[in-house]
Design a protein around this ligand. Structure first.
Ligand code: PMT
Length: 410
């Protein structure tokens, strides 16, 4: 279960094109059981409407410092104090500047000044505005005041420029909030995996055909990254061996980027020993026997024939280590048919302790999607179907299962 469950989030939305992401953010927060009360600045209302936010949050949206009705229903002091988290998303350069300098000339800035919580800012602005010394100064002042800053991300902006300044995606905001809650809470849950070491593989591998072409697959790395994050949050020292993906490194995790299956196996070997090994990567089963040194040209003989050879099986290699085998080895099975039977056969062939089976048929959208539906199969034969859930929640549950299994073996 997410540590956002039951939390009261005061969400301040300031005016930028990234405000559209707030709609999804509200949905994600509510999915995790958080209560969301939103405040919109005047500029935010140019991008999202109070009605759309209220429909998603199920609560009244506030926007006016001097509303007599609002003040009688819930004064702005109560609004700012009655929440567990104060989140500003997107946070414009202007609102951060006003917060850093203690201005209170509208409802949003007044709440930021009146709150007794350290606000969390999710910046979104043009790259030059972000890198401007004034913004960076304000950022340092906010950090020094105990505020957290999540993001921004690097990439192409709505204005056509490229660089840091994009608002991070709602799920990254959620992951950041969950990390902050765990870190901030005095009563933060015990770390059941403290003192343990984990290695996780994630993402696809890329097997070169020539300098510009490769064999790969659709894995985004989301499931593996979420597992590494959950294991780290549970206290494990975690190494994430990652194929090429477009994801931010999870907090507290050491990421070893690799391209091919052979590199992935080398990186896993280098990261051993470990207590826990989770193979969530979609490793290419085959690679080209010889990768061309130059770009393959079209010729009169028609398309080239690419001879394939089998890649090393990383999961089977680790599972079958005679010495230094991790105490718990968990594989995944990505199947498009006969889910349980094929997964059971894989578990037996590779000799892991648990296999997490997921149906990756086209209509399931597991590759690249945010949700997963898995069946967890134990080497003793027990199979448990988990309900469809966010990949982060599946990961949290896997981390809890890891902790229980390691306790059982102790
Ligand atoms: O990355 P996402 O977009 O979030 O999608 C998640 C996922 C679908 C990739 C993930 O949930 C998943 O199922 N990962 C395993 C994908 C896979 O390649 O499955 P497989 O059934 O082909 O392989 C079985 C197991 O052997 C896996 O643990 C795999 O990591 C491992 N393997 C496979 C081949 C190989 N050469 N080396 C391996 O270690």
């Amino acid at each position: 279960m997410s540590n956002l469950s039951g939390k009261h989030v005061l969400l301040i939305v300031s005016g930028g094109i990234a405000a559209y992401k707030t709609l999804d953010l509200v949905r994600r927060l509510r999915e995790r059981g958080a209560n969301v009360t939103a405040v919109l600045t005047k500029a935010a209302k140019q991008f999202v409407t109070p009605l759309s936010i209220a429909s998603l949050s199920g609560r009244k949206v506030y926007d006016d410092l001097f509303s007599l009705t609002d003040e009688t229903e819930m004064g702005h002091i109560q609004l700012s104090r009655g929440s567990d988290l104060v989140l500003v998303a997107p946070a414009t350069a202007d609102l951060m500047a006003r917060a850093a300098n203690g201005l209170a000339d509208d409802l949003a800035s007044t709440l930021l000044l009146a709150t007794d919580k350290a606000p969390i800012f999710v910046p979104a602005m043009n790259v030059r505005m972000w890198t401007h010394p004034a913004t960076q100064r304000n950022m340092s002042a906010l950090r020094a005041a105990g505020c957290a800053i999540l993001g921004p991300a690097d990439g192409e902006m709505a204005c056509g420029e490229f660089g840091p300044g994009r608002m991070i995606e709602p799920l990254d905001v959620i992951a950041g909030l969950e990390g902050l809650i765990a870190a901030r809470s005095d009563a933060s849950p015990a770390k059941p995996l403290a003192g343990r070491r984990a290695i996780v593989t994630a993402g696809p591998t890329r097997e070169p055909i020539d300098p510009v072409r490769y064999i790969s697959n659709k894995s985004s790395g989301k499931q593996g990254y979420a597992i590494a994050s959950a294991l780290a949050a549970a206290g494990a020292e975690t190494v994430l061996v990652s194929g090429p993906v477009d994801l931010r490194p999870p907090a507290g995790v050491t990421v070893k980027p690799v391209e091919s299956a052979v590199e992935m196996l080398d990186a896993v070997r280098a990261a051993l020993p470990a207590d826990i090994f989770v193979a969530a990567a979609a490793v290419a089963d085959w690679r080209a026997k010889t990768a061309g040194l130059q770009k393959t040209k079209k010729g009169p003989d028609g398309p080239p024939t690419i001879e394939l050879v089998e890649n090393p099986d990383i999961l089977a290699t680790v599972s079958q280590m005679r010495t230094g085998r991790p105490t718990l080895v968990i594989g995944f099975a990505a199947e498009t048919e006969n889910l349980i039977a094929n997964a059971q056969a894989k578990l037996a062939r590779k000799q892991c302790d648990i296999i997490v089976a997921n149906d990756v048929g086209a209509e399931q959208a597991i590759f690249g999607g945010d949700l997963n539906r898995v069946v967890v199969i134990d080497k003793g034969g027990a199979a448990e179907a988990w309900p469809q859930a966010n990949k982060a929640d599946v990961a949290t549950r896997i981390a809890a299962l890891v902790a229980t299994r390691l306790d059982d073996k102790a």
